[in-house]
Write a protein that binds this ligand. Structure first.
Ligand code: ATP
Ligand code: MG
Length: 427
């Protein structure tokens, strides 16, 4: 193999990833903000955790038999010998962080947290399925209350709606708890053992049979028709809890569809489980999902801490907006664009731009000594409403030319009056 570093070569983003660039990246930010704003207003505090964690946090927390852990995790061994994994999801990390900082012992439950960031899964790349993707998530830790499950579901449903999405469907189920789940699990195992399944799936029946219900292959799905269903096996407590969640959603005007087969890809869910799906996205229809995970804390060495949460997929929400033809209103980044014609004008306008920025006006500057034609083109492209144009003659008179870019009107303004005049025009 040649190791010739002198030959220039080009680089592309790695397989299964893409770059977010202007102007599309503005939609991405708008989605994040549309989800995050209402969370903050509902008492959720921002949490940020490392991009990698010990592998074991995920193998215990997400589940040994899940696709995420068996196939999709990016793992690495550090020079010091630690086994780390790039985070494939957020819940285990957020709970780990809360437990480590003892947030749950500060006497103010639930601990409500939200997060936003990059996640990594080694998947087969296709539209809407990437190896690096973004989620905004929310977790409410330490309280078992159907109103808390409802709060989170309502916040997510309202966020999709506020973005202008009309075709997001909420699918709902309950997975039972430590009392009723074992009985259901046994019944399901008995049913599954009688099917014609491959070796790996047969192993899964013994480790986590519910996951078989989540198998996406037609050959498996076809055999599941007569499988025992969770809702028929719920204990009275779980049944009442679920009825309460459903009533609260109905009261809030959030429509949902019951799906007794919804089990989700992670092991840690109990009781309420839900998914938001969008039909315009092909096989990658999930735009968000979550549920209650009352046992997760104990699985990662914490105390009993019943909790509920969700994560919404930002990449897929952007695709859903595109599929529905919704454009998010993204205001122009720049209000004022300064065009200096000559050195003296540069020295006068650059400080003026700084002054405007400090006064809260979004301003930009024609860098690189451009001619007037190319500078005015940049001004128009920036979306600015006002151009400030100055040449030597203007400066000799102590003025610059203020041009209203929407009407094309232009008039001279005294240099010291510019900030006032600009603010008046921008309203
Ligand atoms: P899927 O069934 O499509 O694989 P999932 O159940 O693995 O989804 P979650 O772990 O619940 O997904 O993650 C929450 C959300 O994150 C999903 O609803 C989806 O919008 C998004 N998401 C998950 N994996 C990817 C990915 N590889 N690329 C882009 N978005 C993703
Ligand atoms: Mg997946």
């Amino acid at each position: 193999m040649s190791d010739d570093n002198s030959t220039p070569r080009t680089f592309s983003a790695p397989k299964g990833t893409y770059d977010l660039l202007p102007p599309d990246s503005a939609t991405f930010l708008a989605v994040r903000e549309a989800v995050a704003g209402p969370l903050r207003a509902a008492g959720y505090g921002y949490v940020e955790t490392p991009g990698f964690e010990q592998v074991e946090l995920f193998s215990r927390g997400v589940g040994e038999s899940t696709d995420i852990v068996t196939k999709e995790m990016y793992t690495l061994t550090t020079k010091g010998g630690d086994q780390l994994a790039l985070r494939p999801e957020g819940t285990a990390s957020v709970l780990r962080a809360a437990l480590q900082a003892n947030l749950h012992r500060q006497g103010n439950l639930p601990v409500k947290l939200w997060y936003s960031g990059s996640y990594y899964r080694y998947e087969r790349p296709q539209a809407g399925r990437y190896r690096h993707f973004s989620q905004v998530g929310a977790e409410a830790l330490g309280v078992e209350d159907p109103a808390l499950d409802a709060e989170l579901i309502i916040l997510a449903a309202d966020a999709y709606r506020s973005l202008g999405l009309r075709e997001v469907k909420l699918v709902l189920n309950s997975l039972g708890d430590a009392k009723c789940r074992p009985g259901y699990r046994a019944a399901l195992q008995e049913f599954l053992r009688g099917l014609d399944l491959d070796e790996q799936t047969r192993e899964r029946i013994e480790i986590n049979p519910l996951r078989v219900l989540d198998d996406k292959r037609e050959s498996v799905r076809g055999q599941l028709a007569g499988a025992p269903m969770i809702p028929d096996h719920l204990c009275d407590d779980c049944r009442a809890y679920h009825a309460s969640v459903r009533a609260l959603l109905t009261e809030a005007g959030v429509p949902f569809v019951d799906d007794p087969r919804l089990v989700r890809g992670l092991d840690y869910y109990t009781r309420t489980t839900f998914e938001f799906v969008h039909d315009g996205l092909g096989a990658q229809s999930g735009v968000g999902g979550g549920g209650r995970y009352d046992g997760l804390s104990e699985m990662i060495g914490g105390p009993a801490l019943p909790s509920v949460g969700w994560a919404l997929g930002v990449d897929r929400i952007v695709l859903a907006l595109r599929a529905e033809g919704v454009t998010t209103e993204v205001p122009a980044a720049t209000d004022v664009y300064a065009v200096p014609l000559g050195e003296a004008a540069r020295s006068a306008l650059f400080p003026l731009v700084t002054e405007l920025r400090r006064a809260g006006v979004a301003a930009d500057f024609a860098y690189g000594g451009k001619g007037v034609k190319s500078a005015m083109k940049s001004a128009n492209r920036s979306g600015a409403r006002i151009a400030l144009v100055a040449g030597d003659r203007d400066l000799a008179d102590g003025v610059l030319q203020l041009k209203d870019l929407s009407s094309g009107e232009q008039w001279p303004v005294q240099l010291d009056q510019v900030p006032t005049e600009v603010r008046k025009l921008l309203g």
